[in-house]
Design a protein around this ligand. Sequence first.
Ligand SMILES: [Zn+2]
Length: 166
Amino acid sequence: MNESENFGTTIRQLRKDQKMTLKELSEKSGISFSQIAKIEKSIHTPPRDTVIKLARGLSTDENTLLSMVGFNPTVNKGPIDGPTEDRMVNIYKTFMKYKFTCQICGSKAPKTQITIDTIIPIKKGGSFHEDNLIVLCANCHLAREAFIRKDGLENDIFFRKKDKLQ
Ligand SMILES: [Zn+2]
């Protein structure tokens, strides 16, 4: 599978998982119907601005989308856990496992922009293993990041919420 096949397949799968038609994705992303069809059939590899628009249309961000297709976004800096293909599968499985739902506030795609977060940050030795990945909305992702920076990972809101639930 080359990069453009990966990309097309992932876009189609994400769109179908969110029960969106080509027309709906076209309206949401501002990319033409025919261009999305070509991208999904891997006839056309999109330029970066199109990737950003598609990611928004699919209620995620560029880095997450690119991670899923095994490109090399900035979010994946640091030690790499297994080959890129595995990482992509793990990220994809995480979206499915949590049903595109933020694990802090419960908001869902496509209503909210969602992203993948690492429970233990890569910088602190975390990996892209399935067990270390969660789905968060963009707001909770930023809030959690600021919280960890200020109060430390051991007081992480994600873990506190998890404790409460158990
Ligand atoms: Zn949230």
